[in-house]
Design a binder for this molecule. Structure first.
Ligand SMILES: [Zn+2]
Length: 214
């Protein structure tokens, strides 16, 4: 899953409006941020297979970031870091839940490539094998969650347009990712992913970062 993860960030923002949106945007993709870094370091591996529907990535080795145990461990670390920063249980739980949501949403779309723990069977419902359904799910999660957040009192009028621009940019990104040419190799995939995550975090900061209480 790609931009659908940001739906979880919008819902988290609706639950705990004082958390800055850029923090939540990184939290929902933390598992993939680490995955991209681990791919660049040669610790996790993938192949580009243009014959695969929806997503040309054969994600055959990612035990540290995308196993259920691994994702929960990163979630616990992130929650612990937020609690150390803010001393607020709700903020820590919301960030931890945001990180953990990544595995659950990935499980819906991934072909079976997700471990529960090292050495377990691999899981994934495989919605990527149905490209139209997978694309609709990504966009539905993103847009419905953004609408929920915008309808909370947390979004002041001047920021509503920024949220719309951010969502539109994410929709365009997802469409390009789904129908565009496949990337040339694993390192390009990881580099592009990190650039995208940084760009979205910057966009989220433009929309919300300066407005949230810290
Ligand atoms: Zn992922």
């Amino acid at each position: 899953m790609l931009v659908g993860h940001y739906g979880a960030a919008f819902l988290a923002k609706a639950i705990e409006p004082r958390l800055p949106l850029p923090i939540l945007a990184v939290a929902v993709q933390l598992v993939d941020v680490l995955w991209a870094v681990f791919v660049l370091l040669g610790l996790e591996h993938l192949r580009v297979d243009p014959s695969l529907p929806s997503n040309p990535l054969d994600l055959y080795h990612m035990p540290y970031t995308h196993s259920l145990v691994g994702a929960l461990a990163w979630a616990a670390l992130a929650a612990g870091a937020v609690f150390a920063w803010r001393r607020e249980w709700l903020a820590a739980l919301v960030v931890g839940g945001s990180v953990a949501s990544h595995w659950l949403l990935d499980w819906v779309v991934h072909r079976p490539d997700l471990l529960l723990w090292s050495g377990s069977a691999k899981h994934g419902l495989g919605l990527w094998n149905f490209p139209v359904l997978a694309l609709l799910l990504e966009l539905l999660l993103l847009i419905a969650s953004a609408v929920v957040w915008r309808r909370t009192r947390a979004v002041a009028g001047s920021r509503r347009r920024g949220v719309g621009v951010l969502v539109l940019a994410l929709v365009a990104t997802q469409i390009v990712f789904t129908v565009g040419p496949p990337p040339v190799g694993p390192l390009a995939v990881a580099g592009l992913a990190l650039a995208l995550f940084a760009a979205v975090a910057w966009g989220a900061w433009r929309v919300d970062g300066r407005a949230s209480a810290v």
